[in-house]
Design a protein around this ligand. Structure first.
Ligand SMILES: *[C@@H]1O[C@H](CO)[C@@H](O)[C@H](O)[C@H]1NC(C)=O
Ligand SMILES: *[C@@H]1O[C@H](CO)[C@@H](O)[C@H](O)[C@H]1NC(C)=O
Ligand SMILES: *[C@@H]1O[C@H](CO)[C@@H](O)[C@H](O)[C@H]1NC(C)=O
Length: 306
């Protein structure tokens, strides 16, 4: 297996006819080079990204300054119009979930769970008043993770109860795939519990997972603080497919392009017309760097910034 280790590496190459200088400052994802489109900037740690494909709006949580205190709030941004607005009424808004079956959006914060009203564009109180909500997940059942105990609850018979299999453990991220396999992470590791099994299998015990997402093909992605990983089926492992410095969350747009965030901005990966050129240039620069002559490949870049 081959992994590209790229932290902050920018390459520049000249196109074939030599007249155009191309900056290869995009992202290598699964050995393919993509352009990195800046969507929204000046944000504080955009967590829990959720693209609502029907309306073209991305919802996420981010940090807001309240006096001397840092708090969380929910924001909604229209991808094409590039406009953003705060969703008011969710104090400490951190958790976010999409119920694809009913086209409903839920938020959670310091004081319970809220549901988004698409007509008024406001959040309305839904359940669990007085409880602090860390995470919400809806597929078949309605789940939430309580903060700070990190206990997992599920809605059953008109009330929320602790999930029996998880009463003794902490859960930081919880996800059920279309295939009905369960993925969860806590401070110990990232686990998978296969459908019809109760035994958690460790997929990775070295990464800090921040968000779990699924593409239209049912492949599972893990956004960790150092980049994006995918499940390496059927090996019960995960493999790194992109290096991203301080990644915070990820989702997909309506055509399955990856949208991801770092500590202060949200980006979209787009197919690049210089994919091969840039990929080769980056590999080349990495190779030179490995051989201890990285300096020599960089003057072009410093010239551009001077
Ligand atoms: C050469 O560069 C020009 C200027 O950017 C570009 O428009 C053109 O498509 C390039 N031609 C070829 C053959 O790559
Ligand atoms: C700021 O904090 C105060 C006190 O905790 C709270 O009452 C208020 O609603 C917060 N303001 C915002 C915008 O979150
Ligand atoms: C995380 O989950 C695993 C699997 O259930 C469990 O063994 C471990 O104790 C949990 N870690 C924490 C911190 O709860």
């Amino acid at each position: 297996m081959y992994i590209v280790i790229l932290l902050v590496l920018v390459s520049a190459v000249r196109a074939q006819n030599g007249s155009e200088l191309i900056m290869c400052d995009g992202v290598v994802f699964n050995n393919v080079y993509y352009d990195k489109e800046l969507l929204f900037s000046g944000l504080g740690r955009p967590y829990n990204l959720m693209m609502h494909k029907f309306s073209g709006v991305i919802f996420f949580s981010h940090t807001i300054q309240n006096g001397t205190q840092v708090d969380f709030g929910i924001m909604a941004c229209h991808i094409e119009k590039r406009t953003c607005r705060d969703i008011h009424g969710v104090p400490g808004g951190y958790a976010l979930a999409y119920d694809g079956g009913n086209d409903d959006i839920y938020f959670g914060g310091h004081d319970g769970i809220y549901k988004y009203n698409f007509l008024t564009k406001k959040a309305e109180f839904f359940a669990e008043e007085g409880k602090s909500i860390w995470g919400i997940f809806v597929r078949r059942n309605f789940y939430y993770i309580e903060y700070p105990t990190q206990k997992l609850y599920v809605y059953q018979d008109d009330t929320f109860v602790k999930v029996a299999e998880a009463t003794d453990i902490e859960v930081d991220n919880f996800f059920i795939s279309k295939q009905l396999d369960i993925y969860f992470s806590n401070k110990t590791a990232l686990y998978k519990v296969e459908k019809n099994s109760r035994q958690p299998i460790v997929l990775n015990d070295e990464i800090a997972v921040r968000q779990i997402a699924e593409d239209i093909y049912g492949d599972i992605y893990f956004c960790a603080s150092d980049g994006i990983y995918v499940e390496d089926k059927p090996y019960h492992k995960s493999k790194k497919v992109a290096d991203i410095h301080q990644a915070f969350g990820m989702t997909f747009d309506e055509v399955d392009h990856i949208i991801y965030s770092d500590k202060d901005a949200i980006y979209r990966m787009r197919p690049s017309k210089y994919s091969k050129l840039c990929y080769d240039a980056i590999l080349d620069a990495l190779e030179k760097k490995k051989q201890g002559e990285g300096r020599r490949s960089l003057p072009l870049i410093s010239n551009m910034y001077n």
